[in-house]
Structure formats: structure tokens, C-alpha cells
Ligand binder design. Structure first.
Ligand code: NAP
Length: 310
């Protein structure tokens, strides 16, 4: 059994290695996903003491929540799992539209509850900010949903610094989820210091830079999914990025650990980060990522890794 950590001050205790599930049923994000593999990924996580699952309405849409709901039902594990989902978007005429209005947020929470086959969501995030709703009104509705017991804690995702300040006017925000990894560290300038000052837990998404930070790619690698257009994977930038990953590999080899584990351990050393949510396309990756818990990083190693990416 791993030692559980509290996500900020939410009262939710999790294994510091969680599971990101945009590749569980996320047919609108990745090509050629199989639903049964997605369910196997979730089962592998549960069987290996991972108890924090991160999903969203948008993954599928709906499918990720449905598959996770089915696995939780089948395994009877709901009570042992800390379930995070996100909403505030809808498909209209084949286009995704963002809607943070209190009325729609309430509707979306009810729909997530149904798909997940549960009567409470441990952590509910506004997935993306819209342009029209005052952020404190959107968060205020989540506060009411929390008081009613439908959600247990409040998160926001993809908020700018200003939107975060506005949303947190009443101090209700408990978690921020934002893009952050060794290649993309701008959150260190504003969102992370704000999280620390305001007792908010920062959860980084794309922690493995969509697989680039696992050390498995070479200049000859080709991509058919979103990576085909992702700037990190293009031309000269890709080569330079691979060179940085090679430097990580040297440190990982010295410690006899996988690059992905080294990277995930680096995030967990930060005061603002309690849990990471690497995604997986197959159960073996879940088993590999959980090994992060076996790693100890010295101050020198943390600084050495930091420097490679500055
Ligand atoms: P990620 O964690 O940076 O990368 C995950 C990908 O890396 C996997 O799908 C897999 O892809 C590869 N991988 C994972 N573990 C591996 C291992 N041990 N060895 C080799 N390859 C491995 O990216 P992500 O999954 O997109 O992001 C993490 C989670 O954050 C998501 O699942 C989702 O829950 C959340 N998220 C949230 C937002 C938001 O707007 N709030 C946005 C994006 C993601 P391949 O096998 O195909 O290489």
C-alpha cells in the first residue's frame, strides 16, 4: 500500500500517482482506441492501488465517464476511488461550445453523476472558461453543489491568472489543473505561486509531454494523432527536445529507473503538486508509471533535471 497524500486541503486522500483517462474512451482525441483496452487500463490502475481517476465529459464525449462508471460498478470499487471529472462544455451542431453558466453547470454535474453511476463526484472542475459568465458566479454554483453533497471539492482548469483570481473571489477554489511539464513551465511564474499562497493544489496535465518525456522516441518516430501537429514534435524543435530527453536518460540510467518515473518524481517534489495524472494507452504503462513511488530524488538531482529544461 502506498502512502496516501491529501489533495491540497480537500480532505481527499490519494495515491500521488493518479490516472489520466483522455485515452479511455476518448475517441474524439485519439484514433483507434478500443473501449475494452480503456477499461483494462482503469482496472489495472485500481488493482495497483491507484485510487485517483481524472476524466471529463469531453473525453469521448461522454464515453470516458461511461466506461469508468462501468468499471467502478463491476469492481464495486466506487467507495475506494477519488473520482475527478470536468464539465462546462456541450456539443452543438458538431461543435464544442463552452458554457459556464450556473444553470448549465448544474445540468452537467447531474449528467456526469448518471454516466459515472454514482451519487457524488469527489472533484469537479470547470474544464475551460467561457467568455460570458463571471467566474465567481460559475464557481459559486459549484459551491452550492458542494453544499448539496453532489460534489466534494471544486476545481478549475485552463483558467488564466486573471480568471483564476476572479473565480476565487470567495476563496472556494481548491484545485487548479493546467498544462505543465518540463518543456512548458510558464505556470511557475503565476499559477503555481498563486496556488501556494492560496492553499490550492496544482495538478499538471500533459506531465509526460504526450509521451515525449518517456524517452521512447527517436528522430525517426512518426505520429498519426495530435502529436503530428504538436509543436514539441516538429522539425528542429523535436530534435532539440530529444537531446534534452537524452540528458534525462543519462540521469535515469545512473539510477536504474525509467525516464518517465524520473520525470513524474520531479513534479511530486514540488510543494504545490500533490498528485500527477499521467495518461496511458495500455495497462503496461500504468504499471510502469506507478513505479515512480519507488524513486527518491536528491536536491542535486532535482536541480540537475531543472537545469536541462531552462
Ligand atoms: P501525458 O500524460 O503527458 O502522456 C500520456 C501518454 O504518454 C500516454 O497516452 C501514452 O501514449 C504515453 N505513455 C504514458 N506512460 C507511458 C510509459 N510509461 N511509457 C511509454 N509511454 C507512456 O498526456 P495526457 O494523457 O494527454 O495528459 C494526462 C491527463 O491529463 C489526461 O489523461 C487527462 O486526464 C488530463 N488532461 C487534462 C486536460 C485539461 O484541459 N484539463 C488536457 C489534457 C489532458 P502513447 O503510448 O501513445 O505514446
Amino acid at each position: 500500500m502506498s502512502n496516501k497524500v491529501e489533495i491540497g486541503s480537500t480532505g481527499l486522500f490519494v495515491n500521488p500517482i493518479g490516472l489520466g483517462t483522455n485515452a479511455v474512451g476518448g475517441h474524439n482525441i485519439f484514433p483507434n482506441l478500443k473501449d475494452e483496452t480503456g477499461k483494462e487500463i482503469v482496472r489495472a490502475a485500481l488493482q495497483n492501488d491507484i485510487n485517483f481517476i481524472d476524466t471529463a465529459y469531453m473525453y469521448g464525449p461522454e464515453k470516458s465517464e461511461i466506461l469508468i462508471g462501468e468499471v467502478l460498478k463491476e469492481t464495486g470499487q466506487r467507495a475506494n476511488v477519488v473520482l475527478a471529472t470536468k464539465g462546462g462544455q456541450k456539443y452543438m451542431n458538431d461543435k464544442m461550445e463552452v458554457d459556464n453558466s450556473p444553470k448549465f453547470l448544474r445540468e452537467t454535474v447531474e449528467n456526469s453523476l448518471r454516466r459515472l453511476q454514482t451519487d457524488y463526484i469527489d472533484l469537479f472542475y470547470i474544464h475551460f472558461p467561457d467568455e460570458q459568465t463571471p467566474k465567481y458566479e460559475a464557481v459559486g454554483e459549484l459551491h452550492r453543489l458542494k453544499e448539496e453533497g453532489k460534489i466534494r471539492s471544486i476545481g478549475v482548469s485552463n483558467f488564466s491568472m486573471n480568471q483564476l483570481r476572479e473565480g476565487n473571489k470567495d476563496g472556494y477554489i481548491e484545485v487548479i489543473q493546467s498544462g505543465y511539464n518540463l518543456f512548458k513551465r510558464d505556470a511557475e511564474e503565476d499559477l503555481i505561486p498563486y496556488s501556494l499562497e492560496n492553499n490550492i493544489s496544482f495538478i499538471p496535465y500533459f506531465p509526460l509531454a504526450s509521451g515525449l518525456l518517456t524517452g521512447k522516441f527517436s528522430p525517426n518516430s512518426t505520429f498519426e494523432d495530435g502529436r503530428a501537429k504538436n509543436p514539441l514534435f516538429q522539425g528542429e524543435a523535436f530534435i532539440q527536445n530529444l537531446n534534452k530527453v537524452d540528458e534525462l536518460k543519462a540521469i535515469a540510467n545512473n539510477k536504474h529507473v525509467a525516464v518517465s518515473n524520473l520525470v513524474l518524481a520531479w513534479y511530486l517534489k514540488q510543494e504545490s503538486i500533490d498528485v500527477v495524472i499521467p495518461g496511458a494507452k495500455k495497462p503496461e504503462q500504468v504499471l510502469e508509471n506507478i513505479k515512480t513511488l519507488e524513486i527518491k530524488l536528491s536536491k542535486d538531482e532535482i536541480n540537475e533535471i531543472s537545469k536541462i529544461f531552462h
